[in-house]
Write a protein that binds this ligand. Structure first.
Ligand code: ADP
Ligand code: MG
Length: 407
């Protein structure tokens, strides 16, 4: 199957050739013809499988035959959860549409609103927005959604996780009834399906290989290590194996700063990205990391979701995530579009239940290994108490890797 077979035309095909996109990915093969024929879809595929082009390409194709946008209006609206994603998707729109005369803009919070109002004055073909800033602009009458013909909710699961449900509902109320709805999510859940119902009753569900599975091209390793030795182990791995570009995940904002400080102390250039940083600082950090000015980027889950760094070779889970889904999202930052990637996780004394959750979700059986010089003081084979409160502590203890219990 080629991009041409999917129904895309010359200007886009030329650009795809120049970008070295030789064949469409599985999700693209499925979504592009459906979107071109005007269907409403709810699509889920692994992260890194090319969902963005899966909706941006057919939207560009469709906008070629739509009339130009009205003032303070947009023909297509793409809503995404984070500022970084918004900027990144507009960059994709610009890349994929560079042979075409379709206008676009991105709007998100944390930066001045006035320049964004200006960009919207004459209307845009494609508007990419975070929910909060979009609502601000709507309230200030800088944008009206009355002529939107195509709506995309990207990373819909993350939008729900981040508490945007009410904002999304407010946005939906301002959209015209007659429109095409496209919803993308790395994972499907009951909440996602019920949000989808809000959009339209005739959504076609598009799924590719199990949406909760991890990317096959990512080699996954887990090292057992005492908490206080984690930063030493990270430095050792980075130096010993000459890791050129590493995305490190920490559970907390405070944690990201602490890890970066320790790496810097060891002479490794590390920067952070998390919700407490100004938007400018976040943008700069991402740019420095992408351009390899900084070797290590330490991030929280929300700040890093959806971020696409070309050929990112290493992801480290400094802390195992408490939510198993986050593991899938984190390691999906590497091994993108079939390239090889490595995910390394640190496992400490109280991570038993976290690993168990991950193994259950991904249907993998990941086990911690011990590295010479970093032997942990806890016993990997001994059952442990997994609860934290003294009351619950009286319950039976569980094994790390025992059989999954039914709940
Ligand atoms: P997702 O949204 O599914 O997590 P992205 O849309 O961010 O994934 O795409 C992941 C990477 O794959 C990007 O770097 C993108 O440029 C690349 N990519 C997408 N489609 C193709 C394709 N058909 N051929 C080659 N690379 C592709
Ligand atoms: Mg995406």
């Amino acid at each position: 199957m080629s991009f041409k077979d999917l129904g895309l035309s010359d200007p886009i095909l030329k650009t795809l050739k120049r970008l070295d996109y030789l064949t469409p990915t599985e999700i693209q093969t499925k979504t592009i013809p459906l979107i071109l024929s005007g269907k409403n879809i709810l699509a889920s595929a692994k992260t890194g499988s090319g969902k963005t082009a899966g909706f941006v390409l057919p939207i560009l194709e469709k906008l070629r035959s739509l009339k130009s946008p009205k003032n303070k209006n947009a023909n297509a609206l793409i809503v995404t959860p984070t500022r970084e994603l918004t900027a990144q998707i507009q960059q994709n729109v610009l890349n994929y549409g560079r042979n075409m005369s379709i206008t676009s803009a991105s709007v998100y919070g944390g930066v001045k609103i006035f320049p964004q109002k200006n960009k919207l004055k004459n209307g845009v073909g494609i508007l990419v927005a975070t929910p909060g800033r979009l609502l601000d602009l709507m309230n200030q009458k800088a944008i009206f959604l009355s002529s939107v013909e195509i709506l995309v909710l990207d990373e819909a699961d993350l939008m729900l996780d981040m508490g945007f449900l009410n904002d999304i509902k407010k946005i939906l109320r301002q959209l015209p009834q007659r429109r095409q709805n496209l919803m993308f999510s790395a994972t499907f859940s009951t909440e996602i399906r019920s949000l989808a119902k809000n959009l339209n009753n005739n959504l076609i569900e598009v799924m590719t290989a199990s949406s909760n599975s991890t990317v096959e091209s990512v080699a996954q390793k887990i090292y057992a290590v005492d908490k206080e030795n984690k930063s030493k182990l990270l430095c050792y791995l980075i130096n010993e194996y000459r890791w050129s570009q590493v995305l490190v995940f920490s559970r907390t904002k405070h944690g990201t700063e602490k890890i970066a400080k320790q790496l810097n102390k060891f002479g490794i250039e590390a920067i952070t990205i998390h919700g407490n940083k100004s938007q400018n600082a976040r943008t700069r950090a991402l740019k420095d990391f992408k351009s390899l000015k900084a070797q290590v980027l330490v991030a929280t889950d929300v700040a890093a979701r959806g971020i696409d760094v070309n050929d990112l070779p290493y992801v480290v889970n400094y802390d195992l995530p408490a939510i198993p889904n986050d593991y899938v999202h984190r390691i999906g930052r590497t091994g993108r579009a079939g390239k090889e990637g490595n995910a390394i996780s640190f496992f400490s004394a109280d991570d038993g239940r976290h690993l168990k959750g991950i193994n259950q979700l991904t249907k993998l059986s990941l086990r911690p290994e011990v590295l010479e010089g970093f032997e942990p003081s806890f016993d990997l084979n001994k059952p442990i108490k997994t609860s934290r409160s003294p009351n619950k502590g009286k319950k039976k203890s569980k094994r790390y890797f025992g059989k999954a219990r039914r709940r």
